[in-house]
Design a protein around this ligand. Structure first.
Ligand code: 218
Length: 186
């Protein structure tokens, strides 16, 4: 395959994988972690932020044809399904540092960079859900609970759980298949 289109094909595949995992039912309402974040962050660390953000955007857009969008208003959907999902690709800002560390056989440093990228991406995404939660979802807060506190607890829990699963998988993959994060080496 032409070297230029390989990362694009991978972006489509990983976005589709993320979407399949997003079809797992919300077993804990809005506290439910986002399992699709796992393949999306792995791919972003492999290919960098440019392709990562593209894959995140595709993942968000796939919610529309599949009818998986929770729609309150146009701006809410723009924030939560375009901006928030695209931000997950920001894990790829660490790709250069990660690959340099792996090349120098500095595994612990590599893991630190990978986890930093994952944390940045998850934080960026859930800050958008927090903002949307305050502005658009406040009326769903239990009686006597402020929109800010409601959104913080709901999206904070979902974000931390999501990051937890992502961290587990990154740690395993980096120790067993480090080549996944070095697509340019044989
Ligand atoms: C307080 C609150 N409730 C619900 C939402 C909506 N939300 C939260 C997290 C993730 C997503 C994207 C689909 O998984 C959505 C729509 C919120 N932001 N805040």
């Amino acid at each position: 395959m032409s070297q230029k289109i390989t990362p694009l094909v991978e972006a489509a595949i990983f976005a589709a994988l993320a979407m399949v995992l997003s079809l797992i039912p919300d077993f804990a309402e809005w506290f439910t972690p986002s399992f699709g974040a796992i393949p999306l962050v792995l791919f972003s660390l492999r290919r960098g932020a440019k392709y990562g953000v593209l894959a995140g955007l595709i993942w968000g857009l796939l919610h529309f044809p599949l009818g998986k969008v929770y729609y309150l208003s146009l701006s809410q959907v723009g924030i939560e399904y375009i901006l928030a999902f695209s931000c997950m690709g920001l894990a790829g800002v660490m790709t250069g540092s990660l690959q340099k560390s792996l090349k120098a056989s500095k595994k612990a440093v590599a893991l630190t960079f990978a986890l930093l990228g994952a944390t940045l991406a998850t934080l960026a995404r859930y800050i958008w859900h927090y903002i949307a939660g305050v502005i658009f979802w406040g009326s769903y807060a239990p009686k006597g609970v402020s929109a800010e506190w409601y959104s913080f607890t709901v999206n904070g829990t979902a974000g931390i759980l999501t990051l937890g699963f992502v961290i587990i998988v990154i740690t395993i993959l980096l120790n067993t298949q480090p080549k996944f994060f070095q697509p340019h080496t044989k």
